[in-house]
Design a protein around this ligand. Sequence first.
Ligand code: CP3
Length: 342
Amino acid sequence: MSADAPFLLACRREKAPFTPIWIMRQAGRYLPQYRAVREKFSFLELCKTPEAAAEVTVQPIDLIGVDAAILFADILLILEPLDLGLSFTPGDGPSLARPIRTPEDVAKMPRPDVRDALSYVGDTIREVRRRLAGRVPLIGFAGAPFTLASYAIEGGGSRNYIETKKFLLSHPEAWSDLMGRLVDVTVDYLTAQVEAGAQALQIFDSWIGHVGPDDYRASVLPHMRDLFGRLPRDVPVIHFGTGTAGLLELMAEGGGDVIGLDWRVRLAEGWARVGHDRAIQGNLDPAILYAPPSVIRAKVKALLSEADGRPGHIVNLGHGVLPDTPVDGVRCLVDTVHELSA
Ligand code: CP3
């Protein structure tokens, strides 16, 4: 396959036969077929079992008809060889038993060979490519350094990211050291994903919207530029965040062939602000998938008219699909995007 897959054409801002769509968290709990596989493994075991991870990666291609697959893995896997004590507890989400709290904690972090430690991800990618047999492209991914640092410092999810911000503001040198170490392992990890067969990459900066523009410029942007500058040049890279309406120009300065938007900003406005020399991804509210088909149709129509027929739009939600989303709503969205954009 095929550099002319609609998803890859859109990443390069070339004209596609229809607007491609994929959905963040498309391989997940809203699908009964995912839950059936998941019953047999813990979440981490599933990530580390290439046959099973490949199976759930491909499920939404067969069941929903999306135009790209995304590797089944997690942004936090890379924290495991950093020895932070990663675990996932059902209901509570991820937690890190040994969070980073002091500059000394950063200085004594190990410098693992993540290609080796996460070699199961390469095995999954090769198995997915075999199963896809060229039907759609495969997206690899990693967390952005701020979002990874927030988990490493908070020890899990957070409401206000106060430990992370306290660290960033109180220990700027150790913060920069931590961000640099996270960029180093992420570059190795994503390079290995591309070598194994990933045909595009997405950087998830899920929680960056908690940072104001001045702190972004001083404490995040240099690391994003470093990261994007060191990624393989032969695949398109999507730069995604949520709550980023105050940061879009800075995110574009950071890098990415495609900028991912959430629903809190109009697509036309967001695209104009990042510049029409980038492709755009998004930006439907995951809540519309619970609405009747007529509402989904109206939302898709409005979104496509915001994009105004300009090449380089990839439809997605503005954040992941929620676990109790009706499968029929997801199917309706994909079919409607294909129908109305063809
Ligand atoms: O389908 C896909 O999108 C591919 C797989 C994928 C997962 N996580 C699987 C997963 C991807 C791309 C991610 C990225 C991820 N992981 C992000 C960035 C995207 C975002 O949502 O902002 C973040 C912040 C994480 C961290 C994470 N992983 C959290 C907070 C949780 C718990 C919350 C939850 O939904 O349970 C996870 C667990 C997780 N990652 C699940 C899945 C399918 C649920 C695990 C389960 O099956 O019980």
